[in-house]
Design a protein around this ligand. Structure first.
Ligand code: HEM
Length: 490
């Protein structure tokens, strides 16, 4: 039996590998700065098939061509698990990130997205107020660390919807919403660098992991009295009590569907939604503003687009007005394409073996990924992919308008919007777990960008001649958070 087990056929034996040496040394290459280059090498060589890559996870990852997306999409959660993949990536065993929380995605889909037309005005108010508070109000050019400022602006505007107007500017909420993710990512980095066998001993004892646990405790202590007050007010059934219209309340109200939640769960959900929403939205907006600073010629065109859309709505950020900002939408979609925040998406842990249509068996235990970053630079999909073309997707949508109906036209438009999800638009993932918060993110980013375009001018500091390069590590690519730009109020 031992011999049989040792010599059992490996279904992945024919799948090519990227990187040099055995799994441990390939993992080392991955964590020491070569991850993005390894993914790109794999995509160039095996674009239409599959390749193996050693990541910090204990098992190898299989990167699969987007040719197979339709068959992958149809596989159920007990074959391909989103939660288990996130749990491995985020070292949840040690960081205690809760991943199996269907209530979160459900609340975003069922309560937040349909409420957007109702919530737009209050989110826009918060955006304007947060920008007034955080950005310089002078017509002199002033140097700002825009990434830091945007973190606070996004946390406040998102907080208005997540936790309500009274608390979204509370420094304790802002600290948790912003820094939980920072601490979590730092802990994940440290644990990922530990040899797999040593993690059970070393990880719980290392400072970054302890810091994440302490932060979870703080969030619980902050939220407990708020939840208790809401429960009390509801129990008293006073006719004057108006139930808050925010995510915390929607989750509290969904208890019947998802089972009783204790206060600690609710605090974890708040941290979970901040983790999913705040840094992703901030990175996208920072990428946009760094690009605007380096390409000032885009400002008048985008400003006019925003002015036209808002003049039709009397200056209000209605859903329709934001849909009309088609050039801004195209610019932001190009930002997602040109600055992919991760080399891959649709990371799924394989729980049961399955066979692809080319006959390749994918065994249980591995993680599969789709090559989101390299697809975005594939010249068969995007002509002149290394050119940043702010109107690339605007032109695509116009071409569709002219072409009328038809499969090709439908495909073009399906891939041409900021919120698009498709085989060539993988920033928000794919299939049933594709980001449910992208509609909220799109509105929030448009509100911030539109207000910025109308009220401010931006440029790179003296002596800086190129857009800041993004920082790449472990398959991620983030705008450099240490850089500054110059802005002035109009
Ligand atoms: C530009 C901003 C954002 C980006 C780039 C982004 C990206 C992603 C990605 C790549 C996934 C995984 C999808 C997959 O693997 O198929 C995801 C999932 C998720 N996102 Fe976002 N996201 C953003 C904003 C938000 C916001 C604002 C919220 C909340 C309001 C949110 C809530 C979620 C949730 C709850 C999930 C898990 C979905 C599930 O469990 O099925 N995201 N996001």
């Amino acid at each position: 039996l031992v011999l049989q087990w040792l010599f059992r056929p490996d279904p992945l034996a024919t799948v090519p590998v990227v990187g040099e040496g055995n799994k441990a040394s390939r993992r080392k290459q991955f964590v020491s700065g070569q991850a993005n280059a390894l993914y790109s090498e794999g995509y160039k060589k095996f674009r239409d098939g599959l390749f193996r890559i050693a990541t910090p996870r204990s098992t190898e990852s299989i990167v699969i061509s987007t040719k197979f997306v339709n068959e992958l999409r149809n596989l159920p959660d007990d074959v391909l698990s989103f939660d288990k993949a996130v749990s491995e990536t985020m070292q949840a065993k040690y960081t205690r990130l809760q991943t199996e929380v269907p209530a979160l995605a459900h609340t975003v889909k069922a309560s937040l997205t349909p409420a957007l037309p109702r919530l737009n005005a209050s989110v826009a108010d918060e955006v304007v107020e947060a920008m007034r508070q955080e950005l310089p109000q002078t017509s002199d050019w002033t140097e700002v660390n825009i990434n830091y400022k945007l973190l606070r602006i996004v946390a406040m505007a998102s907080g208005r919807v997540f936790i309500g107007s009274e608390l979204c500017r509370d420094e304790r909420y802002l600290d948790a919403a912003i820094n939980y993710t920072v601490d979590l990512v730092a802990a994940v980095e440290v644990v990922s660098r530990m040899p797999v066998w040593s993690r059970p001993f070393l990880a719980p004892r290392c400072e970054p992991v302890k810091k994440v646990h302490a932060r979870m405790q703080q969030a619980d202590e902050f939220l407990r009295p708020i939840v208790a007050a809401r429960r009390n007010a509801e129990a008293q059934a006073s006719p004057d009590y108006v139930k808050p219209d925010d995510m915390l309340q929607w989750i509290m109200d969904s208890q019947k569907k998802f089972g009783e939640k204790n206060d600690e769960d609710l605090a974890n959900y708040q941290l979970g939604v901040s983790f999913a929403a705040i840094h992703t939205t901030t990175m996208t907006t920072t990428n946009a503003i760094y690009t605007l600073a380096a390409m000032p010629e885009l400002t008048p065109m985008l400003r006019e687009d925003v002015q036209q859309a808002l003049s039709a709505s009397g200056g209000q950020f209605t859903s329709l007005a934001m849909q009309k900002m088609r050039k801004l939408d195209s610019f932001l979609r190009e930002i997602l394409r040109y600055y992919p925040i991760a080399a891959t998406s649709f990371n799924r842990k394989v729980l049961k073996p399955f066979t692809l249509s080319n006959g390749q068996v994918i065994p249980a235990g591995v993680v599969i990924e789709l090559p989101a970053g390299d697809v975005a630079f594939d010249e068969d999909l995007f002509p002149a992919p290394h050119v940043f073309d702010a109107l690339r997707f605007y032109k695509m949508r116009q071409a569709k308008d002219q072409a009328g109906s038809g499969v090709k036209a439908a495909e073009a438009v399906a891939n041409a919007q900021f919120v698009s999800v498709g085989a060539s638009s993988l920033t928000f993932g794919y299939g049933r777990h594709a980001c449910p918060g992208r509609f909220f993110a799109a509105n929030e980013i448009k509100m911030i960008m539109a207000t910025f375009l109308l009220d401010y001018e931006v440029r790179l500091p003296e002596g800086v001649t190129e857009r800041y390069k993004n920082l790449e590590f472990s398959g991620q690519s983030v705008p450099d958070p240490t850089k500054t730009i110059l802005i002035r109020k109009l």
